[in-house]
Write a protein that binds this ligand. Structure first.
Ligand code: FAD
Length: 468
């Protein structure tokens, strides 16, 4: 009955790095990697190509998020090498083990073509900012970053496809409907077309885009789940020179602040020196994001300010809450709202004229000048304004009235499935990794979780005498 030794669902970094680690066994393991999306050459987004709202297209499958490379394919490819950033793996591995895993994964990225240059290594310069930040209630989390860049990401993923397609079977455009469990053990998966595929071990790496499917499966299989928070905020855009000293030292400054008024955690996220603000689509909702190029420097720097929102009983739907607020911003503007900070503080909506005479030239051209206070809850807006004030002390000019705020930026994190320290679910032989399982929220930790699950499987196969 067994067709394969291992079946992996999802070809994002979680699934790809599980496969990469397992093929290192070089033992003739029979492995299948399945993804519901297409190959990298044929992935595209009509909303972006035609510059129209995502909701107009009714795509069966999101070309931006699904397919070879997963959600990371068109990403900025910032590889964050800190154990404290990009996921929750520090709750499964101690500091030493997680550092080793991240170093191992980073080396794999380099060996497959990531640049060797690394940012945030000048400890003296970084320390200067850590010391300055603390005086204003800000914590700067030092982190080393490797930058793949949006322009290098696709060739990198093509390279990984070539390496793996020789050694394992890859089935794209194949959606998995169910995990097959018999006698309380995972034994296979069932495709959307009803085909049953069997294996000794199943690894689910469906990413954020597959999180609702995984949640449904978790309910059916009676797996324990835990809610993660939803992060809501704005993308901030300033002239690159305003942030230059800070971004030269850190590349991406991870700043954490606890607001005075609400004691909420507020943080910077995904800083893009000399980058541009972009639109992102999720289940028909337009949200905002940012990226930068490895080879091209633009005039502005952007970053997100996010407020982590936890919920009290009996509310258990952080994703629905985030979607509701993002939809509100879409409803008011037809997509993304842009507002000058000065206008927001004066209680005025921004107009195309006011944006035009501002000092920051918006990089996202089709955002609608408007008023973010109609969409963002007061608590969240108050937290964001406090954070900008605090940041102005270490990067003067950030809190300028000309600074642009784009909304909304929402980070939906999946619920977390209860997993063992080896990332196995409560169903034996069924593993869950990456963003979909709620253990990561970035490329490096998604990849590292895949490697960790692969190592456990490798150990068991060796004991069983299957590994070569
Ligand atoms: C615009 C954008 C920019 C980003 N920039 C960065 C960055 O600079 N740095 C960083 O660290 N992170 C970044 N991220 C986050 C990063 O891309 C994710 O953390 C990472 O891709 C998660 O990897 P994953 O393997 O868990 O899931 P994903 O990459 O989401 O891959 C999951 C795959 O599973 C497939 N799938 C889902 N369900 C099924 C099913 N039922 N059957 C078959 N296949 C299925 C999907 O088609 C998808 O291809 C960015 C994300 C986005 C969207």
């Amino acid at each position: 009955m067994k067709n394969y030794d291992v079946i992996i669902v999802g070809s994002g970094p979680g699934g790809i790095f599980t496969a990469l680690e397992l093929v290192k066994l070089n033992s003739g393991l029979k492995m299948l990697l399945i993804d519901k999306g297409g190959d990298i050459e044929h992935r595209s987004c009509p909303a972006i190509i035609k510059n129209r709202p995502c909701a107009e297209f009714n795509c069966n499958l999101c070309g931006l998020l699904c397919g070879w490379g997963g959600a990371g394919a068109f990403s900025d490819g910032k590889l964050n090498l800190s154990t404290q950033i990009g996921g929750f793996l520090n709750q499964y591995f101690d500091e030493e083990k997680l550092s080793e895993l991240i170093k191992y994964v980073d080396d794999l990225y380099i060996s497959h073509g990531a640049p060797t240059e690394i940012y945030g290594t000048n400890e003296k310069r970084v320390q200067k900012f850590i010391d300055a930040a603390i005086k204003y209630d800000l914590k700067l989390v030092p982190s080393k970053i490797r930058h793949l860049g949006s322009d290098r990401s696709i060739p990198f993923l093509k390279g990984l496809y070539e390496v793996l397609s020789d050694k394992i079977e890859i089935k794209l455009r194949t959606e998995i409907d169910e995990v097959i469990v018999r006698d309380n053990k995972a034994i296979g998966v069932k495709t959307g077309k009803g085909e049953e595929l069997f294996a000794e071990y199943i690894i689910l790496a469906p990413g954020r885009v597959g999180a609702s499917w995984l949640e449904k499966e978790a309910k059916r299989l009676k797996l324990t789940t835990i809610n993660n928070p939803v992060d809501i905020g704005v993308r901030v855009e300033v002239p690159a020179t305003v942030m230059k000293e800070l971004t030269d030292a850190t590349y991406e400054a991870k700043l954490i602040y606890y607001s005075k008024k609400f004691d909420d955690q507020v943080r910077t996220f995904c800083m893009n020196p000399y980058g541009e603000v972009v639109k992102e689509f999720n289940h028909g909702i337009a949200t905002v994001n940012g990226h930068s190029y490895a080879e091209k420097k633009l005039e502005n720097t952007n970053f997100a300010i996010l407020v982590s929102t936890f919920f009290t009983e009996p509310f258990h739907e952080p994703i629905a809450y985030g979607e509701y607020i993002a939809r509100l911003a879409n409803l008011l503007s037809g997509g993304i709202i842009v507002q000058r900070l000065g206008d927001l503080k004066m209680g005025k909506r921004s107009t195309p004229e006011r944006i035009k005479r501002g000092l920051v030239n918006p990089s996202l051209k089709d955002a609608t000048p408007g008023d973010l206070s109609f969409a963002i809850p007061y608590r969240c807006l108050s937290d964001i304004l406090e954070m900008l004030e605090a940041m102005d002390n270490i990067s003067p000019g950030v809190n300028s009235r000309h600074t642009l705020l784009y909304g909304l930026e929402v980070k939906f994190y999946s619920m977390r499935i209860k997993l063992t320290k080896s990332l196995e679910t409560e169903v034996p032989n069924l593993f869950a990794v990456g963003d979909g399982a709620g253990v990561s929220r970035g490329l490096i930790q998604a990849s590292a979780s895949g490697v960790a699950a692969a190592r456990e499987i490798k150990k068991r196969l060796t004991v069983a005498g299957t590994a070569g």
